[in-house]
Write a protein of this length. Structure first.
Length: 292
């Protein structure tokens, strides 16, 4: 089985600058020109993406099959889904990348929305479809706000992203998703992530998770590598680093309290682990948020 190509940023990059750890927007033609109009199949382990085709057309490659998407359209690609793009100089549009963990925090009470956006949908502008027109209007407002320097930009983007997801959800519940091949590994991987969220304890070993899934730790490793490009240990660590980032925004909690909340008994180890994964100590990360 050919392994997937994973990136932490948009295609070809392993990093991405987000506004408020939520959204990044880039012109489609910039990415296309940079890679000679062909983005070979790849996946993102922590990004939900929306592609807006404003003019021209492109070929969306999913599971080795191509589908033409012409203007004016938009389509969504969830995390861990391998996708490629074949464009041309006439293709104009936008790539909106949303950080998956921030979306889960925004929508944590709306599991139906989270489950629905974990699908591929393609929508074409139609004068007769108010839901699609409303969604495209909100998407364009997000793009405009992203490139603005208006006061309160970050708060406006957080509101607009939430509204955009709600409008997409309304489309998704009334339209069919692009079919994907049955993937048993993805089912196991989702259950693994769910167990991590349910247990919320850094002390639980990979072997224990595998036992709860009724598979071997080697099997769990192969599943995680196939779906996310990461080892089970790194999946667990990334989950707790993301949780730590959320807690660090609560300036009333000390770094030691956050460590204990994550079930990491040694705050010094927590600090070392956080710096290894982010390049910053928890204190430095908090300073970037405006608090020392």
């Amino acid at each position: 089985m050919r392994s997937k190509l994973f990136f932490k940023g948009i295609y070809g990059d392993n990093s991405i600058d987000m506004v408020r750890d939520i959204i990044h927007v880039t012109p489609m033609e910039m990415t296309g020109k940079r890679h000679e109009w062909y983005i070979k199949p790849h996946a993102h382990s922590d990004l939900f993406q929306i592609f807006v085709v404003e003019s021209g057309y492109l070929e969306l490659i999913i599971n080795g099959e191509s589908q033409v998407v012409d203007s004016v359209s938009f389509f969504s690609i969830p995390k861990n889904i391998s996708h490629g793009l074949r464009m041309n100089p006439d293709t104009k549009g936008w790539v909106i990348s949303l950080y998956d963990k921030s979306l889960e925090n925004m929508l944590k009470l709306d599991t139906d929305i989270i489950n629905k956006i974990d699908e591929i949908h393609i929508s074409k502008l139609s004068e007769d479809d108010k839901l699609i027109n409303d969604a495209l209007t909100t998407i364009r407002k997000c793009i405009d706000e992203y490139y603005s320097e208006l006061p309160g930009k970050q708060h406006a983007l957080q509101y607009l992203v939430g509204m955009m997801l709600l409008r997409l959800y309304r489309i998704f519940v009334t339209s069919a998703a692009v079919p994907l091949s049955d993937n048993k590994n993805k089912m196991y991987y989702r259950r693994f992530i769910q167990l991590i969220k349910e247990q919320k304890s850094f002390k639980i070993s990979v072997e224990d998770y595998a036992a709860r899934l009724a598979i071997s730790s080697g099997h769990l490793n192969r599943i995680c590598k196939d779906v996310s490009g990461l080892s089970p240990k790194d999946v667990v660590i990334n989950f707790f680093i993301d949780e730590a980032k959320v807690y660090l925004r609560n300036f009333d909690m000390s770094i030691a309290e956050i460590s204990y909340e994550l079930d990491i008994e040694d705050p010094a180890y927590f600090t070392r682990l956080f710096k290894k994964k982010t390049g910053l100590t928890p204190k430095e990360f908090r300073s970037q948020l405006g608090r020392k």
